[in-house]
Design a protein. Structure first.
Length: 283
């Protein structure tokens, strides 16, 4: 389902739960979209497509796809307009806080698919946390923001509607997959349990430009080693909420208000809570 950006967070969250995902039209303004794009572009240009690992990574992540991470250090507009986007955080609160004390960012990356890249195998983003996924709870909320062309010919994401209801181990019926076309600034928000995959880029010379970001339950390990990619001098300039989403702060694993669970924290240093240290703990 496609909704204008004026749709309430409550309604958007209900649609995500019901359908497995939603398109938010115009989540970013044209100006925000082009600033994120332009701030990332020099980094994208430095990176060759494909990956260093050989264990299926090229096949799955795309031999002709450019993925760069560490986005919070590369684009402040990414932090302000996507990581701290109130609509995205509102939906994530509704979906994820049922099963954790805090959530954090699992990864954020460009997914720029060049012509000739075949379609990605359909999958559920929960694959990295299969032990937890089998419990049938929501682990992750994913977002794909279009930073440029995002139509079926260039490899718009293919999703299998309602497949989040099937259970983690159920087979994925690729005949049901549909491309989700986006305009620059639109976002596809979906559950980690929804089957989907990048499409094939069959265009002559256009690149499919997406920015992916995932929020994950705080008691699960993120895919990206996020804090390692953020130099201290940049970490110190980020708002506190951004630091906590980026693993530069400690996390509650649960929501207890009494007993030892009420003060236990994950991701500490010398038993200090990182958020008390104002981002200076790395010195
Ligand atoms: O590029 C896309 O449209 C989806 C990418 C994806 O699902 C992934 O790489 O895990």
């Amino acid at each position: 389902m496609r909704c204008p950006v004026s749709t309430s967070v409550t309604e958007l969250s209900e649609i995500v739960r019901r359908d497995g995902g939603v398109v938010i039209e115009g989540l970013l303004t044209q100006g925000e979209t082009s600033t994120v794009h332009d701030q990332l572009q020099p980094h994208v240009e430095k990176r060759s497509p494909g990956f260093r690992e050989d264990a299926g990574d090229d096949e799955f992540y795309g031999r002709k796809t450019v993925r760069i991470q560490g986005l919070a250090a590369k684009s402040r507009q990414f932090v302000d307009s996507i990581l701290l986007n109130e609509i995205l955080l509102g939906i994530a609160d509704n979906i994820l806080l049922a099963n954790c004390g805090n959530y954090w960012m699992s990864q954020a990356e460009t997914i720029y698919i060049a012509p000739g890249n075949p379609a990605q195998t359909l999958h559920r983003d929960d694959i990295n946390w299969s032990f937890a996924a089998k419990q049938g709870i929501d682990l992750q909320m994913s977002v794909l923001v279009a930073l440029g062309d995002y139509d079926a010919e260039v490899g718009a994401t293919r999703v299998v509607p309602f497949s989040h209801r099937d259970g983690y181990n159920s087979p994925i019926d690729s005949s049901l997959a549909q491309p989700v076309e986006l305009q620059p600034g639109d976002a596809l928000v979906y559950l980690g349990s929804l089957a989907h995959g990048g499409g094939a880029n069959t265009s002559e010379n256009r690149i499919r430009k997406a920015l992916y970001m995932g929020f994950l339950l705080g008691w699960l390990t993120p895919e990206e080693a996020v804090p390692l990619a953020i130099p201290l001098e940049i970490a110190q300039t980020l708002p506190e909420r951004a630091r906590s989403l980026l693993g530069l702060s400690s996390l509650r694993g649960n929501t207890a208000t009494t007993g030892i669970e009420s003060f236990a924290q994950l991701w500490q240093l010398d038993r200090d809570h990182l958020d008390k240290l104002d981002g200076t703990f790395l010195q």
